[in-house]
Design a protein around this ligand. Structure first.
Ligand SMILES: O=C(O)c1cc(C(=O)O)c2c(n1)C(=O)C(=O)c1cc(C(=O)O)[nH]c1-2
Length: 255
């Protein structure tokens, strides 16, 4: 081996490196997230967050379908298809996408408007589409590694949910029902993805690719909050075609 070539990390070292990436880059650190959880946004700003995040939610099962198609065994597909079920639901159980619509209903947005994707920020669309395309075009290992942000989501979900319930009188437990099951699902999913990556990243290059995929995904989440901050907080320059406060109101009641 040449001197300049970095050595392979142990599994424990790789895991520690991945956790450090989250500690310094995850969207829990973003100013918009801090304002949201501390009750420092107004109702239209929270509506803008809910509207834009719908596009992320709606595309999660799309990107998971790309992964599912590339998994080579029954066991792996069985594991991964649960993610699609969690978001798409079934005849008997509401999925995450439907629950997100309950959230946008709860903050008073018209559901046809939300589901149409009209009014979302270009920054949201480009970031989410980049995630779907990354998963479609990169190696299976990188695609799976890009879901590893979920290692860090139970914590931010807890803080966000508690803060929103405490600070916003227009937010109820029902509105945020989407998040009830997410921490458990995220732990299950990220444990599996982490083990997959530790097992399959069997060269230094693959380990670097796993870390880069996680960095990329942190950027996908960060860029969405950047777009919201710029358009609706400071300097609040809402771009042409984007949703504006007062638009697409449903009257605040679930149909
Ligand atoms: O509320 C959050 O902060 C948060 C973060 C993330 C994440 O870290 O990507 C996901 C979710 N929520 C989520 O609800 C979800 O279904 C989800 C799926 C994925 C993924 O990449 O497969 N991330 C996330």
């Amino acid at each position: 081996m040449t001197k300049s070539r970095a050595e392979m990390m142990s599994g424990a070292e790789l895991e520690a490196a991945l956790r450090r990436i989250g500690e310094t880059r995850y969207h829990s650190l973003h100013p918009f997230q801090i304002l949201l959880q501390e009750g420092r946004l107004n109702r239209p700003q929270v509506q803008a967050w809910a509207l834009n995040r719908y596009y992320y939610q709606a595309n999660i099962p799309v990107k998971d379908s790309y992964i599912l198609a590339r998994l080579g065994t029954v066991e792996l597909r069985r594991e991964w298809r649960q993610r699609i079920l969690d978001h798409d639901g079934s005849e008997t159980e509401r999925g995450g996408i439907e629950k997100w619509i309950a959230l946008t209903d709860g903050v008073g947005l018209d559901r046809d408007y939300v589901m149409s994707g009209r009014g979302i920020l270009a920054g949201t669309r480009f970031a989410v589409d980049a995630y779907v395309h990354f998963v479609r075009d990169r190696s299976l290992l990188e695609a799976i590694a890009s879901s590893l942000t979920e290692l860090f989501s139970p914590n931010v979900i807890g803080v966000r949910t508690k803060g929103m319930l405490a600070h916003y009188d227009f937010i109820s437990q029902d509105t945020l029902a989407y998040f009830d099951k997410r921490p458990v699902q995220a732990k299950r999913d990220s444990d599996f993805a982490l083990n997959y990556c530790l097992e399959h990243a069997d060269t230094r290059e693959k380990q670097e690719a796993v870390m880069d995929a996680l960095r990329f995904k942190c950027q996908v989440l960060w860029a969405q909050l950047d777009a919201l901050y710029y358009a609706y907080v400071e300097p609040a320059l809402t771009p042409p075609d984007a949703w504006r406060p007062g638009e697409a109101e449903s009257g605040g009641k679930a149909p």
